[in-house]
Write a protein that binds this ligand. Structure first.
Ligand code: ATP
Length: 379
């Protein structure tokens, strides 16, 4: 096996088992994310791969060669942490060049490599900037450039974005994906954030209580989580399925398709909304056959889809005769152009649902929901 191979790895601290027998391969050029909740042993495993933590059992190998007797600085691995730990007395170029100086790379070659890396991480021209004048995101880009400079055969990243705010984290995760591919750097990436793992990695290894519970491509994990815990960790809401078993409801599994009884508060007047929508919404309200009104987007998306579209009623407890679900709205929010509501459902409790466009929904309304089979996984 070329690349990294971890077999039966165990890490213990004074009687506590942090890593309980992990097998994991990372192929050359591949980016693998270790994803799991706090305390599951991700960092311990990463540190064991780096050589910073001894293995109680098992082995770590590169290109088939056991690394047991190879000290940290001779493994040819790079490290990057949450806090980039930049040298504050050096400027940006001085930080990026650090590993190259240690490797006694000649000055002219160092300069070229620093320029190339700053270009790669989106900081061209920053060479002489004192690092203390940089934003948190820029500092992490410098830390990344520094760890990539000596061309590590494996880059180990431990929560490199978790000190940044959400929008910056999303942006940098996407940039990291591109930068690691362009540099062709084999990487092991620790995070507790599923979106970040899915964005950055080719494969995601889900860890729980010291063990790997599932390894796969992001789309594979999302389509078929190994169990209810993995599903919940990936962002599904786990609910009981009709007739036993459980379902994972994805963030867009439930869609409001109509208001059955609009006696709630907030939003626009139900009638005004229906009027504004014109024929489409009227047709929807009629189809609902309840005297309620349809809710839809700009092009009346909700109305365009028939409210009687058969939902997987066999799997949906609390569903009406035609397969729709009905529940009471407990909260209404508006985010990124969509109305989102919390709806109290008879068997599933409070669940999040989306309504296309700006809908006249108020708390207390009784709404009809459609369960989109594409947004649901059986567990
Ligand atoms: N140096 C240490 N001495 C004793 N116990 C430790 C040490 N480092 C970690 N642990 C314990 O080992 C377990 C795994 O910790 P680890 O840091 O590997 O998890 P993690 O998944 O990386 O969590 P986090 O994301 O919070 O860092 C935890 O129970 C932790 O308390």
């Amino acid at each position: 096996m070329s690349g990294l191979s971890v077999a039966g790895a165990v890490v213990t601290y004074a009687g506590t088992t942090a890593v309980a027998g992990v097998d994991l391969d990372v192929a050359v050029g591949e980016v693998v994310a270790l994803l799991g909740p706090s305390g599951c042993g991700k960092s311990s495993l990463l540190r064991a791969v780096a050589g910073l933590e001894p293995l109680t059992a098992g082995r770590v190998a590169w290109d088939g060669a056991d690394l047991r007797d190879v000290p940290v600085h001779r493994r040819g691995f790079g490290l990057m942490f949450q806090d980039g730990q930049l040298f504050t007395h050096r400027d940006v170029a001085g930080n990026v060049a650090y590993g190259l100086e240690m490797a006694r790379v000649p000055a002219a070659e160092r300069r070229d490599r620093v320029d190339e890396l700053l270009e790669l991480v989106g900081l061209a021209g920053y060479q002489r900037r004192p690092v203390v004048t940089l934003s948190g995101g820029e500092q992490q880009r410098v830390a990344l450039a520094r760890s990539l400079a000596p061309r590590p055969r494996l880059l180990l990243l431990d929560e490199p974005l978790s000190a940044l705010d959400r929008s910056l984290r999303e942006r940098l995760a996407s940039d990291l994906h591109d930068i690691l591919r362009r540099a062709g750097t084999t990487s092991l990436y620790v995070t507790h954030d599923h979106d970040e793992a899915f964005t950055v990695a080719d494969r995601v290894a889900v860890m729980r209580a010291g063990e790997l519970v599932q390894v796969g491509r992001p789309a594979e994990l999302w389509a078929a989580p190994a169990d209810a815990d993995v599903a919940a960790f990936l962002g599904y809401r786990v609910v009981a399925a009709h007739g036993g078993g459980r379902l994972g409801l994805g963030p867009r599994a439930l869609e409001v398709v109509g208001v059955v009884a609009g006696d709630g508060v907030g939003g626009e007047s139900a009638d005004g909304w229906a009027d504004a929508l014109g024929g489409g919404a009227g047709a929807s309200a009629e189809a609902a056959g309840s005297g309620g009104h349809g809710v839809g987007g700009e092009a009346s998306e909700g109305a365009a889809r028939s409210p009687r579209t058969p939902a997987p009623s066999a799997e949906a407890p609390g569903s009406g005769g035609d397969g729709d679900l009905t529940g009471r709205v407990t909260a209404v929010g508006f985010s990124r152009g969509r109305t989102t509501v919390m709806v109290d459902l008879p068997d599933w409790g409070e669940q999040r649902a989306v309504a296309a466009g700006i809908a006249a929904i108020g708390t207390g309304d009784l709404v009809r929901l459609r369960l989109d089979p594409a947004g649901v996984v059986a567990l």
